[in-house]
Design a protein around this ligand. Sequence first.
Ligand SMILES: NC(=O)c1ccc[n+]([C@@H]2O[C@H](COP(=O)([O-])OP(=O)(O)OC[C@H]3O[C@@H](n4cnc5c(N)ncnc54)[C@H](O)[C@@H]3O)[C@@H](O)[C@H]2O)c1
Length: 249
Amino acid sequence: MEQSRSRVVVITGGSRGIGRSVAFRFGEEGARIVLAHYDADDSAAQETLDTLNRRGITAEAHKVDVSSFGFVDQWFKEIFKRFERVDVLINNAGITRDTLLMRMNEGDWDAVLGVNLKGVFNCTRAVIRPMIKERRGRIINISSVVGQIGNAGQANYAASKAGVMGLTKTTAREVAGRGITVNGVAPGFIDTEMTAVLSDRVKEEFLRQIPMGRMGTPDEVAEAVYWLCSEAASYITGQIIHVNGGMYM
Ligand SMILES: NC(=O)c1ccc[n+]([C@@H]2O[C@H](COP(=O)([O-])OP(=O)(O)OC[C@H]3O[C@@H](n4cnc5c(N)ncnc54)[C@H](O)[C@@H]3O)[C@@H](O)[C@H]2O)c1
């Protein structure tokens, strides 16, 4: 990928956690960054923007619910009007609503599938035609190790993340001839707000399953994401790269 003009990079769920680390990583190359988040307040997004701006990076953040086809479509129309193109889309926004399947209600299912799977469709749908026209682009979908191996208490989440893998491979096949690569990154157990809420017992159980014996950091995920978007990964598409300390091999 041509690096001479600064890339326009859209990151969903970019206010904190993995999305924030991905934004910082792209900031290092001087990319122009547009973040979406859906936090109750703007403080995390503002902190991310302040850090990027201090480093001289052009960045903005918007509150957008990725599960809404209409809002996402409108948001991308604005982005294309102002930035003219999107070079990289990182579908990272994700939520959990964990409970055993026998207790899971329709709302738990719909909410998680809506953000984690339909959100990826919505954003990808919005960028794909313009990317095809440009005959270039990189799309990264953040899945999860749980989409591969399952996890008791996460039927909705595991289904959404397995769905992301199928969506990634299908999108990759559809646009491979148009200069666009589409890959998935499946993190294992990463130290963010999403995992901070887990009980010590659940954390210990996870750690027992990880050969490297520790949680991953958001930066370790961001490195894999960034590399897949680099020229070095030009012949890689339709792959799911696992970043999990050996939790799944
Ligand atoms: N933390 C982990 O251990 C782990 C493991 C595997 C996969 N993942 C995946 O990585 C991604 C990032 O996770 P994280 O740990 O950084 O989470 P996090 O909770 O720290 O951040 C989630 C981000 O998603 C945004 N978001 C939530 N709902 C949204 C919506 N409806 N529309 C737009 N944005 C929305 C939030 O505002 C926030 O910016 C998620 O897709 C998650 O499923 C995380």
